[in-house]
Design a protein around this ligand. Structure first.
Ligand SMILES: [Zn+2]
Ligand SMILES: [Zn+2]
Length: 340
């Protein structure tokens, strides 16, 4: 893999390397914005030549002797993160910071991932969640990554019933965040999104949500909030000015949760925000709620199927990447049928 270039290649089928591994036959995978970040070299830990893909579902093909929670033939959602479950961080739910050499976001970044026919999943007891029979592959596709991210963002943002929550960005992760924030039932949810097409998507699918463009966002939030700003801001856009917009739209003592992965460093102008007493929460998802997310999908409380706007076979994944990167044709997420 040269920087900026992805290619579909034949690689040997992965094999078990540890008694806690599983091999999963991938049925459906998706392309994530993070894959584009790897392509463009903005994920320093990504290993050259790695098979990308960290958002997929499939069927367990083989398990190591110490795998207890899944069996051969189980339909599973693969977690974006690998975690041991036993280290200091894992025991506190900070699984993104698992100290195991494969801990955190390894799949499709530091070890071969799942835009492929088969994937090896380390620590399979924690990296795989059985998909309930009532949930389809398409319904479960995002459980391990963007939906896990949205769920985590909503969980850490300390949302109260009378809150106004502002979500910046209505891309795939922003919409997943929206769905999970809706489960917390705050008084108001405002979504800020630059693209008119995506603003329309949010209005159509979630009519109870208020939608605004970035140029009007600050004035709108200040004028319509009783406390001169949003009580909670979740920044899921990762644009050039969206971090600034996030803290500017926050009321004093608000929580600002940064979910976005930026291509460039961001400015934290502490003198400008002095006295605002903001709490910033930043980082990568702690993906340890997969089972709960799948239960919520099974109960119909989360439905992300409308995000799948395009479908491709694995053999045409290059076209899928071109489309996803171009953001043409109303694309939000692409499902890639991996043939399993
Ligand atoms: Zn991702
Ligand atoms: Zn750990």
């Amino acid at each position: 893999m040269e920087r900026g270039r992805f290619e579909l290649l034949d690689k040997p089928k992965p094999t078990l390397q540890d008694s806690r591994d599983a091999i999963v036959r991938v049925t459906l995978a998706s392309i994530c914005t993070s894959d584009l970040h790897i392509k463009h070299g903005s994920v320093p830990r990504a290993v050259g030549g790695i098979t990308v893909g960290h958002e997929m579902v499939g069927i367990v093909e083989q398990v190591g002797s110490d795998v207890a929670t899944v069996s051969v033939g189980d339909r599973v959602a693969v977690n974006v993160e690998t975690f041991c479950g036993e280290c200091f961080f894992c025991r506190r739910g900070y699984v993104n910071n698992c100290t195991d050499p494969d801990g955190g976001w390894a799949l499709g970044c530091r070890i071969d991932g799942g835009q492929a026919e088969y994937v090896r999943v380390p620590y399979a007891d924690r990296g795989l969640n059985r998909i309930p029979d009532t949930v389809s592959d398409e319904q479960a596709l995002f459980a391990g990554d963007i939906l896990a991210t949205g769920y985590w963002a909503a969980r850490i943002s300390e949302i109260a019933p009378d809150d106004t929550v502002l979500i910046i960005g209505a891309g795939p992760t922003g919409i997943c965040t929206l769905l999970c924030v809706m489960l917390k039932r705050p008084e108001r949810i405002i979504v800020c999104e630059r693209s008119p097409e995506r603003r329309r998507f949010v209005r159509e699918h979630y009519p109870e949500v208020e939608v605004v463009g970035p140029e009007k966002c600050l004035a709108f939030v200040r004028e319509t909030s009783p406390r001169t700003g949003a009580d909670v801001v979740v920044e899921a856009a990762g644009g050039d000015d969206t971090f600034r917009l996030a803290w500017e739209c926050a009321r004093p003592n608000a929580v600002v949760t940064v979910v976005a992965l930026y291509d460039k460093p961001q400015l934290l102008p502490l003198p400008d925000m002095y006295g605002k007493n903001l709490t910033f929460k930043t980082g990568g998802v702690d993906g340890c709620d997969g089972a709960e997310i799948l239960r919520l999908i099974g109960r119909g409380e989360i439905d992300t199927t409308s995000l799948i706007t395009h479908r491709y076979p694995l053999s045409r994944i290059a076209e899928a990447y071109d489309l996803f990167e171009s953001r043409c044709d109303g694309v939000i997420k692409v499902a890639v049928n991996c043939g399993g």
